[in-house]
Design a protein around this ligand. Structure first.
Ligand SMILES: [Ca+2]
Length: 278
């Protein structure tokens, strides 16, 4: 079994991941659990009852593949142990040609999504997250057949579309699409946990007065969203804005600029979700 003209010479496999360090919202992991994704919806691509090579657009609820993918007959599991037959492909087993770029368009705004993806070795894949027409985040990654950290995606940002552009011969197989929106409370809790791992400009972990102050703002936002005492969304947004202002004030001072921007992006994503009434 062969993935179109997929080269089975797997000698290479060198990964170009150095640029990932500055893209905290981009996921590269072994699986959804490793990526810390909240698995609201997961498709292993048995769910639609398709038997192979059908054009796939809207058969999987909550997401549209555009212009289309195919329910693949290829044994994707023979190429990479993270893949479980069946998978989706950007090519047909019977018709020549390969589709790139293609998009997954979500019916709701997502705060996290990821999937296993393989390509021929030596190829590059561009992942772009959009909210409406706005490009929120993008990264280009060397992709291949055999790497086991081949679960890619985004989290901690708001988006409703991911565009995938595969280069080289461009053949691609996709599996285990996971997406969902964490509640604002879950995301604020994640942000509090993230503060524990935040490194400040002197190379040590965040501590002391700044950590106490930032944690207090986030804790205050959680308190305001506590439905048991009456949720106050506006007040919660106020606490999150206070958090943002404190981070901005320390950007390039106590906090590295990149770190500060990540914290601000995360807080803004939560505010946007609150404003959308989610
Ligand atoms: Ca599968």
């Amino acid at each position: 079994m062969k993935l179109k003209n997929l080269s089975m010479s797997l000698a290479c496999g060198a990964l170009i991941v150095s640029s990932l360090q500055s893209h905290a919202e981009f996921i590269r992991s072994t699986d959804a659990n490793g990526a810390g994704l909240h698995t609201a919806t997961t498709y292993g691509f048995t769910e639609a009852g398709l038997t192979g090579d059908e054009v796939v657009t809207n058969q999987y609820a909550g997401v549209i593949f555009a212009p289309n993918l195919h329910q693949s007959q290829q044994r994707c599991d023979s190429f990479n142990s993270n893949m479980t037959f069946p998978c989706l492909a950007n090519f047909s087993g019977f018709v020549a040609g390969v589709t790139t770029p293609w998009e997954m368009i979500f019916s709701e705004v997502q705060s996290q999504a990821g999937f296993h993806l393989i390509t021929n070795s030596g190829n590059t894949t561009l992942f772009e997250a959009y909210l409406g027409t706005n490009l929120v985040e993008s990264i280009s990654v060397a992709t291949d057949l055999s790497s086991l950290d081949n679960f890619y995606g985004f989290k901690g940002i708001s988006f409703d579309r991911i565009q995938v552009t595969t280069s080289g011969d461009a053949f691609m197989l996709l599996d285990d699409l996971t997406f969902g929106t964490k509640t604002p409370q879950e995301q604020i809790t994640d942000l509090i946990i993230k503060l524990d791992a935040t490194v400040v400009t002197n190379g040590t972990f965040l501590s002391g007065g700044l950590k106490t102050s930032l944690t207090a703002s986030l804790g205050g936002a959680l308190d305001q969203l506590d439905s048991a005492v009456g949720s106050n969304v506006a007040a919660a947004q106020g606490k999150l804005n206070a958090f943002i202002h404190k981070v901005q004030a320390q950007s390039s001072k106590q906090l590295p600029t990149t770190t500060a921007n990540e914290l601000i992006d995360s807080a803004n994503a939560i505010i946007a979700q609150l404003q959308n009434g989610q």
